[in-house]
Design a protein around this ligand. Structure first.
Ligand code: TXA
Ligand code: MG
Length: 321
């Protein structure tokens, strides 16, 4: 099935497909999502199967509005403050799920909490409104592979079999990193996944420091914060991080002024802008990964969006898919 520009009629037909239990790929302001009706267990099961995603890893539940999201969780003052400051936008909030929420428990991987996201992208919002319910929507990549920021990044097989919506205006450049995920089901606020909204902005609104979950991997951690799985966001190529220059047999993923390199080079941001680097990260990795076996990655400063960029790079480097 071809890529459809998100006209009103393409949105309507995608919404009907979702209502019938089908899957649809659509743009958000972060990365492309693969959506399924969150209330239909069999649609959610098809989504897990398509991504080959481990069933213990819960899906983010996308809602058209903060009001719709509120109805699914046990809401409190902290959630309200965060929602008011950042929704719609690239922040996902994990809260206790209401017992009567019409959400397939498979989408929550059996947890008592629900991860809520209200995207800001016009196409995502139009689709959610036309659909009329909540969508389970992980990033539109096979589990463990790089996230897509454009339709061309989707696996060819998916592009043939699924409707893929494309933004009407090409100008809407995705932020390029998945949403920041906060755990709000306990007294402290946990940074479960660094992402497109930087830690400092959240801390300024909360008036408290975010708590990082412990780094150690384990089954208990996997349940608390499944997205922290080390092997994620994996290219096929081998990554060498914090490289000052590339060797002859490596491609170079540069940041800031780049050293001379004869091989394939992409620069995340020539003038060292972290937002530009975030927007380019997955696209540049996709491009280098298609043509190189080894990639040297220059150091990225750890502050602001650099926290999430370094998080994705570390996971990509650790993987051996
Ligand atoms: O930017 C994004 O968030 C993208 C776009 C498509 O919206 N979506 C996305 O969804 O990345 P997904 O399902 O791939 O990522 C969900 C992350 C995972 O790390 C998952 O473990 C965590 O959120 N998560 C979801 N529900 C959770 C819950 N109840 N408790 C703890 N972590 C949860
Ligand atoms: Mg993902």
């Amino acid at each position: 099935m071809p890529v459809h520009p998100a006209t009103a009629s393409a949105i309507q037909s995608a919404a009907r497909r979702l209502q019938r239990g089908g899957l649809v790929a659509f743009p958000t302001e972060t990365v492309y999502g693969l959506g399924a009706d969150a209330s239909q267990a069999d649609a959610v099961a098809r989504l897990y199967a398509m991504k080959a995603r481990p069933r213990f890893n819960p899906l983010l539940i996308h809602c058209a509005s903060a009001r719709a999201a509120r109805a699914l969780a046990q809401w409190d003052a902290r959630l309200e403050r965060l929602a008011r400051a950042f929704w719609p936008g690239p922040l996902s909030l994990v809260a206790p799920c209401r017992a009567d929420a019409p959400i397939a428990r498979l989408a929550l991987a059996g947890l008592s909490t629900i991860g809520l996201r209200v995207p800001a992208h016009g196409t995502a919002r139009a689709l959610l409104r036309a659909f009329g319910g909540a969508l389970a929507a992980p990033s539109a990549n096979p589990s463990g592979r790089l996230s897509p920021t454009r339709p061309a990044h989707l696996p060819t097989r998916w592009r043939r079999n699924l409707p893929v919506l494309a933004p009407l205006r090409a100008a809407a450049q995705p932020l390029g990193l998945e949403s920041t995920v906060l755990g709000c089901a306990q007294a402290r606020t946990l940074l479960l996944r660094p992402g497109a909204l930087a830690r400092a902005e959240i801390e300024a609104v909360l008036g408290e420091k975010l708590t990082s979950p412990p780094r150690r991997q384990g089954t208990k951690r996997a349940l608390l914060s499944p997205g922290q799985m080390a092997r994620h966001y994996a290219p096929r190529a081998r990554l060498r991080l914090n490289a000052r220059r590339a060797r002859a047999d490596e491609a170079l993923l540069a940041f800031g002024p780049a050293p001379a390199h004869r091989g394939l080079t992409r620069n995340l941001s020539r003038n060292g802008d972290l937002a530009e680097a975030a927007a380019n990260l997955f696209d540049h990795l996709h491009q280098l990964d298609a043509r190189a076996r080894k990639i040297a990655v220059m150091p990225i400063p750890p502050h602001g969006l650099g926290e999430a960029i370094n998080d994705r790079l570390r996971r990509a480097a650790r993987s051996t898919v």
